[in-house]
Ligand binder design. Structure first.
Ligand code: NDP
Length: 681
């Protein structure tokens, strides 16, 4: 008998005692695997995640977790062929598998890179600057994020067995929260294989990833206020889980991505001859056929100016006629199968519902020529294009045919297309194809409240565009209303969903100690040794150099103007400068002030400071006139060792004041500073 899939629970692979349910190949109906979670100790899994996985992740900084994730991604790439081979059974062509497998591994890499660049080498993330709360500067506030102490339960849909769990795992892992992954049964064999390779790699701390193959049983009953459930699938299941007592009464955080009637809009500026027309049609057909249209982001509604409906149907039909449906690995096949015969029945049912107010203009839901496989045993279906015949029809905005199915709907004007798109009651994504930036703004602003992501496509970005249907790790994925009201990915935003934001109030010294970022008002230490002579291990938050006063002369200003070519009148023309309401006379260039400040704070000899890589938050606060005198105070604000390099980043608080102690300029100086010799950890 075909073997059972295993769950990975509390550090070991679990095999159910029964025969389980057979999972059939989408292509030929053969049994690929069997699935059962009978007897699985889900309560033990939750406990294991909290007791073993959470503490193991907490012992790593964001950078440590990022390094593990990157190593894992590189390891998974070595197994790609094996994943692709099994992916075929889900009905996926190699183009489809790339979206799922390479897309998933790419998401790991993206999160690893973002975390290293945008998060500190710490376990605490600071949200915004400190807020001064008292006049004397002894009382301040700082928002911080810390990892929740629970488990992230991830329930995924059948259409992306690899990307679906990796895109949820990556942000949770970086956040320091262990995951329990539950793939949709239909394609769980591919998820199980990838998880098996992950566990074998030993690259993730034990307990940070567990797997449920089969039903979740009473898993949710064991969750509480530190735990989360992230769900992707049907609106019905989303509604069921949203109403679960653990979510309603135990404070479990719940995130859903459900059905989405995504729209693609052809701008009214476009004619059949303009290149945007071809872009629109090509994108429509691509979105209909990739993954056989089984993408939560696929285009279900094509909104087209009424006068262009016929032309779009003709052009799309011409392209659709070239689609070759069949076994994913057969020569020439461009569209594979749906995930199962049941799914095909669902799609046919949806097409029948859509056909109440639309006419099928391409394809036949009940018949398709199939290459390299048997039409009866595989879940094949033709691409289906419909034309909505009733402008006020409800069906195209309500019925999600989760397959290669789109409906063309004519619109009258900009207000009408915005209103039609909103009838989807909230979608993951919309796209607008137009060459008119003014029209793009009007439609984008009309659509934005109803959408999680909007792509504006034209000839300039078409070559580089990642397309309507691709959620990207750095951009948010999710949508309001019918789309589930959830949000995933979005770079570091996705990490923060798993962390708790807390406002900390206290003295600057306390905030400095908690956040490991020096806060104005905390102690400054000006010792014998210039801070630039200290390596990363020697330097302490609060280490300070104060130098000045340095008079600024008119000759300095004239010299700087001539030398740099910045002869703006406020620095060179006394009469014009006098008329300037802010200056009332010649003032020094802001960049002169910053340059003089650097001259005051640097220690020139070779030493541990390797480079200045920028400044942040530069503000010029008080104009500097000739004969003013500048003093600079430079304080070590944040010290971030870089893993695997023999240096780290140091952020310095720089304040330049004049002879009246007024702040003239404030900014953060960013430098790279060497670690002690031989330390590259
Ligand atoms: P389901 O909602 O049935 O299943 C999604 C996931 O939820 C699966 O892992 C499923 O597990 C699990 N699940 C189902 N019931 C429960 C429960 N009571 N408790 C815990 N977990 C549960 O969706 P399908 O995957 O079957 O897809 C059905 C439809 O959903 C599609 O036809 C499409 O319309 C829509 N869909 C939308 C997506 C989107 O992102 N917008 C993506 C995929 C589908 P199991 O498989 O073991 O039942």
């Amino acid at each position: 008998m075909t073997p059972l899939l295993h769950s990975y629970a509390a550090g070991r692979w679990y095999t159910a005692p029964d025969e389980g349910t057979p999972l059939h190949s989408a292509v030929d109906g053969s049994v690929v695997a069997r699935i059962s979670a009978t007897g699985l100790d889900v309560a033990g899994m939750v406990e294991h995640a909290r007791a073993v996985g959470g503490p193991a992740l907490a012992a790593l900084t964001f950078h440590g977790r990022a390094a593990a994730l990157k190593a894992l991604a590189l390891r998974l790439l070595e197994h790609k062929d094996e994943f692709y081979a099994l992916s075929t059974a889900t009905g996926a062509t190699s183009r489809d598998s790339a979206v799922d497998i390479d897309g998933g591994i790419g998401t790991l890499l993206s999160y690893a890179s973002k975390a290293r660049r945008e998060l500190p080498n710490d376990t605490v993330y600071l949200d915004g600057p400190a807020e001064q709360l008292g006049k004397r500067g002894t009382f301040a506030g700082q928002h911080i994020y810390t990892s929740r102490r629970g488990v992230a339960v991830q329930i995924n849909a059948f259409n992306f067995p690899v990307w679906g769990f990796l895109e949820k795992l990556a942000p949770a892992f970086i956040a320091g929260v262990p995951s329990i992954v539950k793939p949709a049964s239909q394609t769980a064999y591919l998820t199980e294989l990838v998880v098996r390779r992950i566990i074998e790699s030993g690259l993730l701390p034990e307990g940070s990833l567990q797997l449920v193959c089969g039903g979740t049983g009473d898993l949710l009953d064991h969750l509480g206020g530190q735990d989360s459930v992230a769900f992707t699938g049907s609106a019905d299941t989303a509604a069921l889980l949203r109403a679960h007592p653990a979510v309603l009464h135990n404070g479990v955080s719940f995130n859903a991505e459900a059905d989405s009637l995504n729209a693609s809009i052809l701008g009214a500026d476009v004619t059949p001859e303009s290149p945007e027309f071809a872009l629109f049609v090509k994108q429509l057909v691509t979105e209909m056929t990739v993954k056989a249209g089984q993408k939560c982001t696929a285009i279900r509604r094509a909104l087209v100016p009424e006068a262009l409906v016929d032309a779009v149907i003709a052009a799309a039909s011409e392209r659709l006629a070239k689609v070759v449906v069949g076994a994913p690995d057969a020569d020439g096949v461009t569209m594979g199968a749906l995930a199962s015969l049941d799914q095909r029945e669902e799609v046919r049912k949806s097409v029948r519902a859509l056909a109440k107010t639309s006419q099928i203009v391409f394809g036949d839901p009940d018949a398709v020529a199939v290459t390299g496989a048997d039409q009866n045993t595989g879940a094949f279906i033709s691409p289906i294009l419909l034309r909505c015949t009733d402008h006020d029809a409800i069906e195209p905005h309500e019925v999600e045919a989760f397959g290669p199915v789109s409906t063309i709907i004519g619109y009258r004007d900009t207000a009408d297309v915005i209103e039609l798109a909103a009838r989807g009651k909230g979608s993951l994504v919309a796209s607008i194809v137009t060459a008119d930036t003014g029209m793009a703004r009007e439609i984008v602003l009309g659509l934005a409240p109803y959408h999680g992501r909007i792509l504006v496509l034209d000839t300039e970005d078409a070559k580089e565009s990642t397309g309507h249907g691709s959620p990207l790790p750095v951009l948010v994925h999710g949508g309001p209303g019918r789309a589930g009201g959830g949000e995933e990915l979005g770079g570091i935003r996705g990490v923060l969903h798993h962390m708790q934001r807390t406002a900390i109030q206290g003295t600057p010294a306390v905030l400095t100690a908690v956040g490991r970022r020096w806060v104005t008002g905390a102690e400054r230490v000006s010792g014998q040794v210039h801070p630039f002579r200290k390596n990363l291990a020697e330097l302490r938050l609060g280490d300070t150099i104060v130098n000045g006063p340095r008079p600024v002369t008119l000759a300095d200003i004239e010299h700087f103007a001539e030398f740099t070519g910045d002869t703006f009148y406020a620095h060179t023309d006394p009469v014009a400068a006098a008329a300037n309401p802010l200056f009332g006379g010649i003032v020094a260039h802001g960049y002169l002030v910053v340059s003089l400040a650097a001259g005051l704070f640097v220690d020139p000899a070779p030493g541990p400071v390797l480079a200045n890589f920028g400044v942040d938050n530069l503000r010029f606060l008080t104009p500097v006139k000739a004969e003013d005198a500048l003093t600079v105070t430079l304080t070590a604000k944040q010290i971030t060792p870089r893993a695997g390099a023999n240096y780290g980043e140091v952020r310095w608080d720089a304040t330049v004041t004049n002879q009246h102690d007024q702040p003239v300029a404030t900014y953060d100086v960013l430098t790279l500073v060497a670690k002690p010799e031989g330390d590259a950890q």
